[in-house]
Ligand binder design. Structure first.
Ligand SMILES: *Cc1c(COP(=O)(O)O)cnc(C)c1O
Length: 419
């Protein structure tokens, strides 16, 4: 390599014009299906039309008894916690590093998110769960960060041994699985986002999966008052009397979002296969580049490759800061290299440190005090992560190759950035 770094005035390694990544992939079939929905229904108060089709499709895809769509993943999580009977003063163990909405709805139930250290891959560390269990602990919530399945066998055993509800936030991991079982099917229930960049996207939206009838009725009562409650909750069930009002919230998906998500659902496995191929190439290449390390996928795991994460190793590059390294990558035109922003350790967020201003009288952390350094593994991983979205089309391999060359170039020339 003789070329000068683009950050220092050289030619960028990536010559393809941007944007280099867009999600979800939308073609003429997608356009036609969403447009046709405009002429069918733009509001669906009952479980009918495209909403029923999407929910049936999700049930079949995941092999579960119930799928209930919602307006967002955040709403799905809120409904799931409520349906799991999480109530005032209850504690729920959540990963210290995740997107905050994995846990934030708990504040609205006056429940306490108890943060748990993660492993270097960002997933909850099963070895650190049991020390957090108290008589108030009701549930264990698991995120599959960047689409890498958490160690569900061990986590399920812990939940069972302590009589905790096992819940999943599958928002990064649609279609991912471990040891032949799909993410979202391990516990009492799972919540997924259908937001913009998620592996399965409706632009906006979300859904809850459960095999448990009561949890299903409780999700309906929480998120879908009136028609759906009337037609789906059996007469005589204790919740049936609340059908008109539900719990007072309405968290329905928009039919146009449902149409988009339904179109994408049929393509999801194809996307995942395509991503796996490009991820294999990128993994092979990046693991040879000084300054970057890839944590291998465990045996038996099928990730969604929502993001391919690289661990930056400043010690291999003379102490060059990750900020400077990342800046140099961007300057090379590799603009999709990203450092995690809002998906970050939760304990330094004001909501998690001081919920009282928003939720007066909130039981807070039951006197747990978090500060910088409370979760050293999660914090270190967060601060050293550079991630890349994973393309899914064969023709994107060339672009992926340009990104590899950009990383090789910055690594090779790192000394110029130290000067
Ligand atoms: C996106 C996301 C959510 C929230 O979903 P929305 O649809 O944006 O409300 C929750 N958890 C995780 C892990 C997410 O990535």
């Amino acid at each position: 390599m003789t070329s000068t770094l683009a950050l220092l005035g050289g030619e960028p390694a990536v010559t393809a014009t941007g944007p280099h990544f867009g999600w979800p992939p939308i073609d003429d079939t997608t356009r036609a299906k969403v447009a046709a929905q405009l002429d069918t229904a733009v509001s669906l108060p009952s479980r009918s039309g495209i909403v029923a089709e999407l929910e049936d499709g999700l049930k079949a895809y995941f092999g579960v008894r119930h799928a209930i769509t919602t307006s967002s993943g955040t709403a799905a999580l809120h409904a799931l916690y409520s349906a799991a009977r999480i109530t005032a003063g209850d504690e729920v163990i959540v990963p210290a590093w995740t997107f905050h909405a994995t846990a934030s709805p708990l504040f609205h139930l006056r429940a306490v998110p108890v943060l748990c250290e993660t492993g270097p891959d960002g997933n909850i560390d099963p070895a650190r769960v049991e020390e957090l269990i108290t008589p108030r602990t009701r549930a264990l919530m698991v995120t599959h960060l960047w689409g890498r399945p958490a160690d569900m066998a061990v986590l399920a055993a812990i939940a069972q041994a302590h009589d905790l509800a096992l819940l999943e936030d599958g928002s990064h991991a649609h279609g991912a699985g471990t040891h032949g079982q799909k993410i979202g099917t391990f516990g009492l229930g799972a919540a997924f986002s259908l937001n913009g960049p998620k592996p399965l996207s409706g632009g906006e939206g979300g859904f809850v999966l459960t095999d448990d009838d009561d949890t299903y009725y409780r999700v309906l009562t929480f998120a879908h008052y009136n028609k759906r409650c009337k037609s789906e909750i059996p007469e005589g069930h204790p919740l049936a009397r609340y059908a008109v009002t539900g719990s007072g919230l309405k968290l329905r998906i928009h039919p146009l979002a449902a149409a988009l998500a339904f179109d994408q659902l049929h393509r999801l496995d194809g996307y995942l296969l395509g991503r796996a191929e490009i991820a294999r190439y990128l993994t092979e290449q990046f693991s040879q580049i000084p300054g970057l390390k890839i944590t291998p996928m465990p045996e038996g795991v099928v990730p969604s490759w929502y993001g391919l994460t690289l661990t930056y190793r400043p010690d291999e590059l003379g102490g060059l800061s990750i900020g400077r390294f990342h800046q140099a990558l961007i300057a090379e035109g590799a603009t999709e290299f990203d450092r995690p922003g809002s998906t970050r350790p939760l304990h330094e967020l004001p909501l998690y440190q001081l919920p009282d201003l928003l939720f007066p009288g909130h039981p807070h952390q039951h006197h747990r005090q978090y500060s910088a350094g409370s979760f050293p593994v999660a914090e270190h991983a967060y601060q050293h992560t550079i991630k890349l979205p994973v393309w899914h089309r064969q023709q994107d391999l060339a672009l992926a190759g340009q990104y590899v060359r950009a990383a090789v170039k910055v690594s090779d020339h790192h000394k110029e950035l130290l000067a």
